[in-house]
Ligand binder design. Structure first.
Ligand SMILES: Cc1cc2nc3c(=O)[nH]c(=O)nc-3n(C[C@H](O)[C@H](O)[C@H](O)COP(=O)(O)OP(=O)(O)OC[C@H]3O[C@@H](n4cnc5c(N)ncnc54)[C@H](O)[C@@H]3O)c2cc1C
Ligand code: SF4
Ligand code: SF4
Length: 430
């Protein structure tokens, strides 16, 4: 058991995506002591897997780099990766927390030279690319990963590969004896920023995600666009590697559906509109997109973005909830079946590739919270006095875009600061 130096004036932030990073920075830049824990080996969360951001269409790596620089330059924030919260007890202003930290098997001497990865033979599905690509058993989670330190996959520990990795490291950065640690600490307030996960597309049986190679998800498409990703920055059909120039987007795939997620995931209309621009960027007038939708929910000022795509003659909008997908065995084309509700015509439309605009669900299931928390019917954390000084940030609070996540995280940081300020004032008086 390790004791971390933290007091009931420390703010614990759980989840190192854009919301957790923002909340941690806002509090730290107000002079507060912050511990930021992330279960993955690197900070960044889901935005690190996006190719471009709507509405400005810039690369998320740019904003992420600025925030990481702020974190590196601020001594008030301590970052713990590969770490999760095992237990929480206590109350606002006085929480006792147990963290579990998994071994990285690589210490801070690592220079990220990559020699260990070259030496190791075992390969595994790369979770960063949703398994569309393999990575070595010694790896850097992604190019911009912070910390810039390699990780050894626990599945190679005890094998020849682990010894090969150790032998290849010239700076003695590999420590095969690292073990899981339990860490105890105090915190005055907790900001919960564990974010979202993509809804499991295989559960939407009529769409055949688990049966048809050329039915993919919107998050997988983001990875395809990465020049270092599984298809080298091109939209290719998984069945035969051909360029997909006629792509269908199915909206509300698993959202607004009583059998799946009841809520509107709020960003997937904008995500598909954005992804049609990937098609025109890659293939110009040859790239055709068809959006099958119930209604388009482009939020606030993002409406302008919608107008632009709506007027693009290479993008068609079909007002319909797609009923089912079958596959043309000869061509591998998915065929979409349904009724166009503007005119009530039945259709059976083949496309090169189908992208399911799947929605966001909270990444932590209701039963997995370490302390009792008030949740809404969709599993998002409510802003409720009964939660004490346990505050949700970003997509833990709702399905949000980045702008709203950051605003929400800033509000949570303010609430947490108010709690630890009260603790400090009480201690000064007493
Ligand atoms: C297809 C698609 C495209 C999108 N495109 C855009 C876009 O162009 N523009 C835009 O504004 N928004 C976009 N979004 C939305 C955007 O991804 C979210 O707004 C953003 O990821 C929210 O960040 P977050 O930090 O709240 O959550 P996350 O990014 O999910 O971060 C949560 C972090 O917490 C960590 N974590 C989870 N559980 C634990 C745990 N138990 N302990 C410790 N750590 C934990 C995770 O590993 C992760 O690092 C898109 C979403 C989708 C689905
Ligand atoms: S662990 Fe050693 S060999 Fe591997 S990247 Fe780091 S410094 Fe290089
Ligand atoms: S944002 Fe659009 S696609 Fe996503 S659930 Fe809402 S209406 Fe459906």
């Amino acid at each position: 058991m390790v004791e971390a130096v933290a007091t009931n004036q420390t703010i614990l932030v759980v989840g190192g995506g854009i919301s957790g990073i923002s909340a941690a920075l806002e509090a730290a830049e107000c002079g507060k002591d912050v511990i930021l824990v992330e279960k993955n080996p690197a900070l960044g969360g889901r935005i690190s897997q996006l190719y471009k951001y709507f509405p400005k269409m810039c690369h998320p790596s740019c904003g992420l780099e600025i925030n990481l620089r702020r974190i590196k330059g601020n001594r008030n924030v301590r970052v713990m990766t590969l770490t999760e919260v095992a237990a929480v007890s206590g109350e606002a202003g006085n929480y006792s927390v147990t963290l579990k930290r998994k071994p990285r098997y690589v210490n801070d001497k690592c220079t990220a030279c990559g020699d260990c990865a070259t030496a190791v033979e075992a390969e595994f599905d790369d979770e960063y690319h949703f398994g569309m690509k393999q990575r070595k058993g010694a790896y850097l989670p992604f190019n911009m990963a912070y910390p810039q330190r390699y990780v050894l996959d626990p599945r190679i520990i005890g094998s020849d590969d682990a010894e090969k990795a150790k032998a290849a490291c010239k700076v003695d950065a590999i420590d095969l004896d690292m073990a899981e640690e339990s860490i105890e600490l105090k915190a005055g307030a907790i900001i919960w920023a564990t974010g979202w996960r993509p809804y499991d597309a295989a559960k939407i049986q009529p769409y055949g995600y688990d049966r048809f190679a050329n039915v993919i998800t919107n998050v997988e498409l983001e990875r395809m666009m990465d020049p270092f990703g599984p298809t080298g920055g091109k939209i290719l059909r998984p069945s035969d590697g051909k360029e997909a120039k006629d792509v269908a987007f199915i909206q509300c795939a698993g959202s607004r559906d009583k059998n799946h997620l009841k809520h509107c995931s709020r960003i997937c209309c904008m995500a598909s509109l954005k992804q049609t621009t990937y098609m025109s960027d890659l293939y110009g007038d040859e790239g055709k997109s068809s959006i099958y939708y119930i209604d388009i929910r482009a939020i606030d000022r993002l409406d302008d973005f919608f107008r632009k795509v709506w007027e693009d003659e290479n993008v068609s909008f079909i007002k319909s909830k797609v009923a089912s997908i079958t596959e043309d065995k000869e061509t591998g084309n998915p065929i979409l079946h349904g009724v166009n509700t503007e005119g009530y015509q039945r259709y059976s439309n083949p496309h090169d590739l189908v992208v399911l605009a799947i929605g966001m669900e909270p990444s932590v299931a209701p039963a997995d919270f370490p302390i009792e928390v008030v949740l809404d019917e969709n599993g998002f954390v409510e802003q409720d006095e009964a939660n004490g000084a346990f505050f949700a940030a970003g997509c833990t609070a709702d399905a949000l875009d980045v702008n709203r996540s950051v605003q929400n995280a800033t509000a949570s940081a303010l609430r947490a600061i108010q709690v630890v300020n009260r603790v400090a004032a009480t201690e000064a008086e007493g």
